[in-house]
Design a protein around this ligand. Sequence first.
Ligand code: NAD
Length: 295
Amino acid sequence: MSTTIAFIGLGNMGGPMAANLVKAGFAVRGFDLSETSRAEAAANGVTLCESAADAASGAEIVVTMLPAGRHVLSVWEGLMGTIAPGTLLIDCSTIDVDSARKAHALASGNGLLAVDAPVSGGTGGAQAATLTFMVGGSGEAFNRAEPVLAAMGKKIVHCGDAGAGQAAKICNNMILGISMTAVCEAFVLAEKLGLSHQSLFDVASTSSGQCWSLTSYCPVPGPVPASPANRDYKPGFAAALMLKDLKLSQEAAKAAGAETPLGAHATALYESLDKDGHGGADFSAIIHLIRERSA
Ligand code: NAD
């Protein structure tokens, strides 16, 4: 008999992830508050349930893919007492490290195994089952989660104990927010100095300024044809989601006593972009804000 998995949160990411679990042969029982998400999941072979607790009843594994820490804690709290001992809880949402650790404590207090397993790779990676998972939790929990995560992704890294997956996710995305801003500043400076985009790209992409934000996701049209800059900054990875992750990095930095001045500055820039109404644009659209401020 195939393993039964409950999947709570069938949105832009959770929907295709649940569909990939179905494709891999798992029996998937799903729940979401949104009717649109429910209908899409049903069309992809997910058995729809009336509540999170209903989905989790009889499941060996519960996956959550929800907006923020408060949603994850409230769903997990609602499941305690109703799910069988030995059930494994996997949270794939991007949430604050503190809530992730509270969720782990809740699970272990109820005799359940848990991992935090946030992802990178976006909706494209969720659809193609090529996500990277960053996992926090015990070795035993990781070993049980791995085959489930392998059906939804291509790289799975055990980062350490409770919360280590979320820590890895926000550290990586803080680098990304800062490096994108740095690359955008360099292109705007080049424009002011009369240096062409292509010349800067040709030099920096093979010099010490080389980084992913430049070579894979170039924020000006031309040098990297697949980057969102070539399709009017349609995401890709929305600026509002970058802001969410940068804010999580700053909360964590404050709580842990780490100095992250560039992270703080990148957060403030993305906050301005979002306030100006561009949260739905790709995060490389931060170049517009920098250009405007240089006018
Ligand atoms: P989304 O808003 O499309 O999906 C979230 C879903 O959760 C919605 O369908 C909503 O109805 C549902 N939901 C909310 N509360 C619920 C509850 N109590 N019970 C059941 N369902 C509930 O968001 P998304 O883009 O799928 O993102 C999910 C998580 O993944 C977020 O934490 C996000 O930061 C992270 N993430 C997103 C991306 C991306 O590119 N979209 C990339 C990496 C990580």
